[in-house]
Design a binder for this molecule. Structure first.
Ligand SMILES: [Zn+2]
Length: 324
């Protein structure tokens, strides 16, 4: 029997699953007239069913064999205020038929290696490039959400890769980074998973079976739940207040005198770059919390991503998993 307090530890979230490709974009060819777009939809449906069973809200970016632009997929997740976006894909390696296994990607301007770069090129194949609206303030708010999401995405990728490999016993090809268009504008933890190789003799058969898809679905659900539970740290009071107008100014020109002076004195100021000011570093050390500007930029219903790096190391007992 599980103690009741453990059951309350499971955090429910809004999950957007993105079955890769669709319509006139079939993705990788699996032979015998089978395509990646069909497999990704099957696995997304299986994962959706599993996640709903566990109490989560799940929405798919497509439920039929239709074309959806990469920009529309990330916008869809933003509009639904998703906690997590998982884009589902299958790999192929026509010149290396023994390549097999699962890999998980999070967004980065640079690819892990040449193979990751080639994969991004393949998955980014979309004639429609979407532009962003919302003006400068909208862009800044999105940037803030994205910089927060970038840290979360790395953690989600680690959790997902571990969970998928555990659930399927597939070969782990690791967590990788690549400039993937589908993840580019997402404002939540967002990853792309490559669930296996359609060019591997054994794996390509296994991937189409209901039993293996159920294992993948379990792995996807486990990965998401581990991430959500790790991310569910208690709120602490904001440690930094940043007037948005200062950020707006920073985007246009060099910092205003007040801001520059404050920075000289080491006063808490916000930075839109990835380098954190001393106040933020100190705050993170003391509380392991994100700066208030980032916290404020997140939807109120979301849990803040506190103690991410620490939490990543901490094993949170997941009640539903333990109950299995
Ligand atoms: Zn794909």
């Amino acid at each position: 029997m599980l103690p009741l307090f453990l059951l309350s530890m499971v955090v429910n979230g809004t999950v957007v699953l993105d079955p890769g490709h669709g319509g006139y974009q079939p993705g990788a060819h699996a032979g015998k007239g089978k395509y990646e777009k069909t497999l990704t939809l099957q696995v997304a449906e299986a994962a959706k069913a599993e996640l709903i069973k566990r109490g989560h809200t799940v929405i798919l970016t497509r439920t039929t064999d239709q074309y959806v632009s990469l920009g529309a997929r990330s916008r869809f997740a933003n509009e639904h205020h998703a906690d997590v976006l998982v884009s589902i894909h299958a790999n192929d390696a026509p010149r290396s038929s023994d390549a097999q296994g699962i890999e998980t990607y999070f967004l980065s301007p640079r690819a892990t290696d040449a193979a990751a770069e080639a994969l991004a090129e393949k998955e980014n194949d979309d004639p429609n490039t979407d532009t962003e609206s919302g003006g400068l303030l909208g862009t800044i708010l999105s940037d803030l959400k994205r910089s927060n999401a970038a840290i979360e995405s790395e953690l989600l990728a680690a959790r997902m890769q571990g969970a998928l490999v555990r659930a399927t016993s597939a070969k782990s090809r690791g967590v990788k980074q690549a400039p993937l268009a589908v993840l580019k504008r997402t404002e939540m933890a967002a990853i792309l998973i490559e669930i296996g190789f359609l060019t591997h003799k054994v794996e390509k058969e296994k991937l189409w079976t209901a039993s293996y898809q159920a294992q993948l679905a379990n792995g996807i659900a486990d990965g998401i739940e581990r991430f959500l539970n790790d991310n569910d740290s208690p709120e602490l009071p904001p440690v930094l207040t940043v007037p948005l107008i200062s950020l707006t100014n920073r985007q246009k020109r060099s910092p205003p005198p007040k801001l520059a002076a404050a920075r000289k004195k080491g006063t808490a100021v916000a930075k839109s770059s990835s380098k954190k000011p001393p106040a933020v570093v100190a705050a993170k050390k003391a509380h392991q919390k994100r700066p208030a500007a980032v916290v404020a930029a997140k939807p109120a219903k979301k849990k803040t991503a506190g103690a991410l790096k620490v939490a990543a190391k901490k094993q949170v007992t997941r009640a539903t998993h333990a109950a299995r």
